[in-house]
Design a protein around this ligand. Sequence first.
Ligand code: MCA
Ligand code: AMP
Length: 480
Amino acid sequence: MLLEGLRSVHAAHRFVATDKLTLDHVSVRRGALHHAQRMLSLGLRAGDRVALWAHPHAMTAVGLVGNLYAGLVTVPLNPSVGTRELAHVLGDSSPSLVLGEAPPGRAHALPSEELSLGYATEGEREDLGDAHPALVLYTSGTTGAPKGAVLTRGNIARNLQALASAWDWTREDSLLHALPLFHVHGLVLGLLGPLSLGCSVTIQQRFEPEAVATALRSYATMLFGVPTMYHRLAEKSVEDKRFARALGRPRLLVSGSAPLGLREHQRIADAAGRAVHERYGLTETLINTAVRAGEAPRPGWVGRALDGVELRLVDDQRRPAGPGEGSLGEVCVRGPSVFQGYLGRDEATLAARDPDGWFFTGDLGCLAEDGNLRVVGRRSTDLIKTGGFKVGAGEVEECLRAHPSVREAAVLGLPDEDLGERIAAWVVLEPGGHATGDELVAHVADALGPQKRPRQVRFVDALPRNAMGKVVKATLKAPT
Ligand code: MCA
Ligand code: AMP
């Protein structure tokens, strides 16, 4: 089904635009067919995994679509990934090949292939069904290293169809975003969405409010962003009317990946006289709910279930919780876009999805009688959402402990106006150990990636522990 959409990628006047290159959809398709043929000629076969450096570049679209044509499973790599996390992702997903140009200092021992545009007319596996895997996206849990979520072609196709219907998203749209291309938001919604629906997309390499506003004023009909981006645009629009006018222009502003605060909703409403439409999803389930394009958003609420998606709330024992705005529970999801499972981790898959197909999101919410969902928090404080990136406290703690001067570390997400949550670390040094906060921040940025670096480090003599010896994070205060 996804490939059907991609096969209709033929319009010379629809494009994928990035800072360095713009390709029309005909060139994306030609390049992708050429790439698919090349992959098959190298001996790769449908189902093989191939890693792809997910640079914010139009060639990323060619590699991604070409892999889909050949039936290959793409493992997108964050171009600013740290060395330790890169080793984990490559070791865990064991790709046959790495595609695209490795960023400086991230060369690897695997065979690699340049991505190039070429001409080919065949190379498309048309026989592969909805259950065939398409992507492995790495996502953090409360503990341990990130797990690879396997998403199928059917997962993606059904989600994009449902979103197109929820947002009246058509070929006439021109999408704008500045999201990274290694997560669901930027990659599935922001790149496969336009390619599969046949609309244009402009992907800005980094989020700059000025550049976003310019594009909004001139051509974009839809903007996809995380709350941090809307926060920064709202700030600008208070002091500069050009931003307010820009925000007022597209037909749809969509926010997701983290909660958009009531204050931001209000500020954008005051400045631009319009609303932001929220949608709610996870790497493992794709998008579950959305405020429909034709409906007025209710700030704090993330809309109703998408077509084909079932939602329910459960209590701590995973028993269904009662309906009604007052009842709170863990949000569970069932439907065609719930993933196939975590790569090579059957136990973790079983723990997250029951035999009836319900996926336990870890998010706490309430469901109104009319089906609207409100996300009010998370079951675990060990999962941090910072700038829309999910970071496990455990992975950062483990990384800090690997530093020779660190004896113990505890990591928490603290409320942050801009990032939603900022990563804060409390560190106990080894006796005689020396490390500055900046050194530890650089250590995490280098090992895991800059998105996972603590924004604050506080040195303490000991971590507060309960009688069982467990760190009591609730008693840790914000570093000063
Ligand atoms: C700064 N940098 C450093 C350091 N400090 N590098 C190394 N060591 C350091 N100490 C670098 C960074 O790498 C980056 O470089 C630049 O400085 C700015 O970094 P930073 O300050 O972290 O960026 P920011 O301005 O705070 O970023 C805000 C952001 C970003 C643009 C909103 O957080 C973002 O792109 N968020 C999107 C997350 C997302 O797409 N989530 C979707 C997943 P350089 O600029 O070169 O990189 S969730 C999902 O998919 C689900 C399904 C859903 O619901 O959507
Ligand atoms: P990820 O695993 O990075 O895909 O992040 C998924 C998580 O992002 C969800 O479990 C939620 O906690 C959060 N999330 C995504 N969209 C929203 C939203 N609109 N409102 C609140 N939280 C959201």
